[in-house]
Design a protein around this ligand. Structure first.
Ligand code: NAP
Ligand code: G4F
Length: 324
């Protein structure tokens, strides 16, 4: 069988790095789109150097997308690139809309005109459920986004469905709930906590400022979730799927488990800083991944406590080695 080719946007991000590893292990030729920067910071994919092919492009630049599709001729396109940090979306709502919403249309248009046979995966988000209208959330739960990021993702979701229905593209939207790993960006709550717990344990700092400890999230492991993305593109029909663990935990539980892992009492170190409280909050997320289980044969392997402890252990090693 001919080698399959995949194009990943957002390959330098958390999910992009795990997805590239997965596709390489399945024998794919992997191409990644990267933005030009004054300094190349590709830490998450350094270990894949020589195994993947990187190309410059930007979601804001329609022609760079079409050129990349012409050059790489992918069988599968995974659109993971986005402005993905919710608080930034209130400071830069227009840019978030350009990347995270219109960027999806730009990629779909490029596919439609240059590579319509390619299968397309859109990285949709549980943030679209926002002020949830149903518990747990399924593929049929209506959206009520609570941030410019959530609004932009809802647009990306609907335009993906629309291009599937209008132009018969094989385009799917994976509605993924929060997923984390030792490669998570430092500003997201899990990694912020585990990295700072490691620093506190090693005597490098004393205190940790936090926002809303009552928020609840359905947290899974990024390594498990990229497998669901791949499975969606191997199906006979293009459909949308919720990917989640069906467990929910508060930020307070996350903090408790992380500090307990290093034998510390979180209440002696954590304080609430209003700067980290959001203008509008998503209070509760819990997904029902029944469809992914039945149709994709997908189930999460790593559970919440194991995930947090894995991240604390990894950060202890990193901080000891003087790394971030
Ligand atoms: P991430 O670590 O923040 O990575 C985002 C990636 O997008 C980076 O590679 C970034 O490149 C790239 N990017 C941003 N703007 C771009 C642009 N204009 N042109 C080209 N590339 C651009 O995000 P992640 O956690 O891996 O998430 C992957 C995707 O899934 C995102 O779309 C996110 O919104 C979505 N999602 C994530 C979760 C989650 O819990 N992780 C849940 C649901 C959905 P640079 O390295 O150059 O910045
Ligand atoms: O880790 P977070 O910043 O993730 P959030 O906002 O849920 O978004 C992530 O998951 C989405 C899927 O649902 C993705 F689409 C999105 O790209 C991103 O990956 O915050 C989680 C919760 C929030 O309720 C926040 O208010 O933690 C609460 N929180 C409390 N203190 C904090 C903090 N969040 C951050 N980042 N920093 C804090 O100090």
């Amino acid at each position: 069988m001919a080698t399959k080719r995949a194009l990943i946007t957002g390959i330098t991000g958390q999910d992009g790095s795990y997805l590239a590893e997965l596709l390489l292990s399945k024998g794919y030729e992997v191409h990644g789109m990267v933005r030009r920067s004054s300094e190349e910071k590709f830490e998450r994919i350094q270990h894949l150097h020589g195994k993947i092919q990187l190309h410059q492009g930007d979601l804001l630049d329609q022609f760079s997308l079409a050129a990349l599709l012409n050059l790489t001729k992918p069988d599968e396109v995974y659109n993971l690139a986005a402005q993905s940090f919710v608080p930034t979306s209130w400071n830069q709502p227009v840019l978030t809309g350009e990347f995270t919403a219109l960027g999806v249309t730009k990629m779909l248009e490029a596919i439609r005109h240059t590579r319509p046979e390619a299968r397309f995966y859109q990285a949709s988000s549980s943030e679209m459920f926002g002020k949830v209208l149903e518990v747990p959330q399924t593929e049929d739960t209506p959206f009520y986004p609570r941030s410019p990021y959530g609004v932009a993702k809802a647009y990306g979701h609907h335009i993906t469905v629309n291009y599937r229905e209008s132009f018969n593209l094989f385009a799917v939207s994976g509605i993924l709930f929060n997923h984390e790993s030792p490669r998570r960006g430092l500003e997201f709550v899990t990694r912020k906590v585990t990295y700072n717990v490691a620093r506190i344990k090693l005597g490098l700092q004393e205190k940790l400022p936090m926002g809303n400890l009552d928020a609840k999230r359905d947290w899974g492991f990024a390594g498990d979730y990229v497998d669901a993305m791949w499975r969606m593109l191997q199906q006979p029909q293009a459909e949308d799927y919720v990917v989640a663990t069906n467990e929910t935990h508060t930020v307070r539980e996350l903090v408790e488990i992380a500090f307990a892992r290093v034998g510390l009492d979180w209440e002696k170190h954590v304080f609430i800083d209003p700067a980290f409280v959001r203008p509008a909050e998503v209070d509760l997320l819990i997904g029902d991944p029944a469809k992914a289980k039945t149709k994709l044969g997908w189930e999460p392997k790593v559970r919440f406590k194991e995930l947090v402890e894995m991240m604390v252990d990894a950060d202890l090693e990193r901080v000891k080695a003087g790394q971030r």
